[in-house]
Design a protein around this ligand. Structure first.
Ligand SMILES: O=P(O)(O)OC[C@H]1O[C@H](OP(=O)(O)OP(=O)(O)O)[C@H](O)[C@@H]1O
Ligand SMILES: Nc1nc2[nH]cnc2c(=O)[nH]1
Length: 178
């Protein structure tokens, strides 16, 4: 099994790029059917979601816009339980369908926090698309409309996800070796 080193940790290949690609195709196919008349605003949650959002958007064939917010809740290999908003949303979303694009829903703290924040701006609907979901780690009752892959409760890097800033550029996803 392929291994890599990032800073002081070793990681083993767990999700090859080909599996990520397949999950994206399936998600886009579903979105293309369900959202074709919604003219949604897609919101990429930076930093982690930059690669997932860029690849997914290339497979979307309905009219839509994209915007970006920057949130942070994870430090090192764990959730702080608190969400810091580093860049907010400028667009008007009242009466509009919004689709949140997340690389991962882990504890669910980040996505729940953003959904609560957006709710006060009275959108028509808020949908969530996440490439990865850790069901065993999730503490929040959030409805996930589009899920690429369910994964175990282990720390991962690659495809946008980092370990202390490193590894976001990797095309595959790797799991930390204890
Ligand atoms: O479900 P949660 O436990 O809230 O974890 C999910 C969040 O953690 C990661 O972001 P992070 O805080 O690491 O910031 P980053 O995207 O800049 O890496 C990821 O991109 C999600 O936004
Ligand atoms: N890099 C990384 N960031 C996360 N944010 C929430 N869960 C994770 C994870 O497993 N890895």
């Amino acid at each position: 099994m392929k291994r890599i080193q990032l800073l002081d940790k070793q990681f083993a290949l767990s999700i090859p790029a080909s599996d990520i690609k397949k999950a994206l195709w399936e998600m886009a196919e579903k979105m293309n059917k369900e959202l074709k008349d919604q003219n949604p605003l897609m919101i990429c949650i930076l930093n982690g979601s930059f690669m997932f959002s860029a690849d997914l958007m290339k497979l979307i064939d309905f009219p839509c816009e994209i915007s970006f917010v920057k949130l942070a809740s994870y430090e090192g290999m764990g959730s702080t339980g608190k969400v810091k908003q580093l860049i907010g949303l400028n667009e008007e979303i009242e009466g509009r369908t919004v689709v949140l694009l997340e690389d991962i829903v882990d504890t669910g703290v980040t996505i729940e926090n953003l959904m609560n924040q957006l709710d006060s701006q009275k959108p028509k609907d808020v949908k969530v698309a996440t490439l990865l979901f850790k069901p065993e780690a999730c503490k929040k009752n959030v409805k996930l409309d589009y899920v690429g892959l369910e994964i175990p409760n282990d720390f991962i890097v690659g495809y946008g996800l980092d370990y202390d800033g490193y590894g976001r550029n990797l095309p595959d996803i790797y799991t930390v070796i204890d």
